[in-house]
Design a protein around this ligand. Structure first.
Ligand code: ADP
Ligand code: MG
Length: 503
């Protein structure tokens, strides 16, 4: 944890017609495991392959085929658990969740209901306004993903693509600790960041690698505190579950809509039915998909094709020692080693590539200067071009030498920006560019003095004004720097202008 004290964010309060209401949210995040092969077959998991080309017989539910557990998927779930400071269960087991879907040819999904591989953990979530909350994780279990039914290719037929069938998913279940739409988005963002650091899920929401079922309820102020004290869910309202959100923006809109819908029902004297709902982004509303009453009895039972999963503590320990440095640790290290603010360290550690780039620039240099250059100039320029750091034409070494040239007094900050632009568009060694193009800062006192004397002589009215109001000396400094093409050392110019004007 970061050694800083954070205030807890206030719950989102929605004013109803009669009372105020607070939000309570718990998330079930489905994260696709990064692995070459599926959870129980050797078929490839490559995204965007020709339909039905990544399908083993067992994925297609062929009779007589048996699932074989993929060790790498288990390792990925354990790494994720360790990254969320969770208990790893050395004994877990797979269960069959029986239901029919055209894109699930087995007729059941293999999941872990009773004995998940990962138990309780936690995620530290910081909000944009500087507040933070620890969201508790209830469990993570491994399960198979389903395939994809395609209904819009033909007016009379539906198609099925089984490429995703049997790909490993981690279902990460949070406690209902989240208190507003922004917090929900910040929580998913942090989970995604941790998994990207770990390399256990690529976090691509557009491709469906990360999606969330969002449970929302509302309660009256004070009720949540009673729940927290006792963990007794009866103090909370009845929840609805919004399925399959794969956009942060829509997730927040769906939560907001759903809360208002429930408040309207409750204030009208009605009761909220526990049900599964779908969010319609075009209409910005949630619609009932199925209610708990008609909810299926999935007839879960231990999967007879798979032995319980036993793993060794030694193996878990070995995975733990090989974990990379995680976001919270990297962030606090950046703050202490490079003297960065919480905000800057957060921006620089948002992903590992940016963090690595920054560290290469900052090593052996002034951390704050490096952070300014990376965040303001480099990221700003990359954003304009729409590229990520792996496609950035300026290497950490090149940016580092630009910073060195400023630190050595060879170029001014203003020239450095021009130099950066040249290096960005044309490439080259910054020091060579400075000497070959005569960009060196003028630190020759007599040359600057001559320019100052000239400008003073040319502008008697400004001289009078500056004598009455010394702040106006800045105008002369600007003129001198302009006259030298930005190359005059600003500190020197300041001194000389002040002495010549005898301020
Ligand atoms: P189910 O078995 O019906 O899926 P779970 O106990 O697994 O129910 O809970 C599913 C999710 O619902 C969890 O993320 C949990 O935090 C969340 N949840 C439980 N109660 C509430 C509530 N009153 N309001 C919002 N979310 C809730
Ligand atoms: Mg559940």
């Amino acid at each position: 944890m970061l050694d800083q004290t954070f205030q807890t964010p206030a719950p989102k309060v929605i004013a109803g017609a009669k009372h105020n209401w607070e939000l309570v949210i718990g998330l079930e995040v489905h994260a696709q495991v990064s692995s070459n092969a599926k959870l129980f077959s050797g078929a490839s998991t490559t995204f965007g392959a020709e339909p039905n080309s990544n399908v083993a017989f067992v994925d297609a539910g062929m009779p007589g085929m048996l699932p074989v557990i993929n060790e790498e998927c288990v390792a990925q779930a354990v790494r994720t658990g360790l990254g969320l400071k969770a208990n790893i269960n050395l004994l877990s087991a797979f269960d069959r969740k029986n239901y029919f879907y055209p894109d699930l040819p087995q007729g059941y999904q293999i999941s872990q209901l009773y004995h998940p591989i990962v138990g309780e953990g936690e995620v530290f979530v910081e909000m944009d306004d500087g507040t933070a909350r620890t969201v508790r994780i209830e469990r993570i279990h491994l399960e198979q993903d389903a395939g994809k039914s395609v209904h819009d290719m033909d007016p009379n037929n539906s198609f099925v693509d089984l490429n995703r069938t049997g790909v490993a998913l981690m279902e990460i279940v949070s406690r209902p600790d989240i208190r507003g739409p922004e917090e929900a988005a910040a929580y998913v963002t942090k989970l995604r960041q941790i998994m990207q650091y770990l390399g256990t899920c690529d976090g691509n929401m557009q491709n469906g690698s990360l999606r969330a079922d969002v449970n929302v309820s509302v309660c009256r102020p004070g009720e949540y505190e009673k729940y927290q004290a006792t963990q007794d869910f009866t103090h909370l309202g009845t929840r609805c579950e919004i399925k399959n959100m794969n956009s942060m923006r829509f997730m927040q809109a769906a939560i907001d809509f759903e809360a208002r819908r429930q408040i309207a029902i409750l204030e009208d004297g009605g009761i909220v039915n526990q049900e599964t709902r779908l969010y319609d982004a075009d209409k910005n509303e949630t619609r009932s998909m199925r209610s708990k009453e008609e909810a299926h009895d999935y007839r879960y039972f231990p999967c007879p094709d798979l032995l319980p999963l036993e793993i060794e503590q030694d193996w878990v320990d070995e995975l733990a020692t090989k974990l990379p440095e995680l976001p919270d640790a990297k962030k606090s290290r950046f703050m202490s080693s490079f003297n960065l603010s919480n905000y800057d360290a957060g921006v620089l550690t948002a992903d590992t590539q940016n963090a690595t780039y920054f560290e290469q620039v900052a090593n052996g240099r002034d951390g704050k200067a490096a952070a300014n250059w990376v965040i303001n100039e480099l990221f700003g320029r990359m954003k304009k071009e729409g590229v990520t750091v792996s496609y950035c034409p300026v290497s950490p070494d090149q940016l580092g030498s630009i910073i060195d040239l400023i630190a050595n007094g060879e170029i001014s900050g203003k020239i450095a920006k021009e130099l950066f632009e040249i290096v960005y568009t044309e490439g080259g060694n910054p020091a060579d560019i400075v000497s070959s193009r005569g960009m060196t800062q003028v630190t020759d006192t007599s040359a600057i003095e001559a320019t100052v004397t000239q400008i003073i002589a040319d502008n008697p009215i400004q001289v009078e004004k500056a004598k009455q109001n010394p702040k106006l000396a800045g105008w002369f400094v600007g003129q001198v720097i302009k006259a030298t093409g930005g190359k005059a050392n600003p500190q020197l110019v300041n001194q000389i202008v002040a002495s010549k004007l005898s301020l």
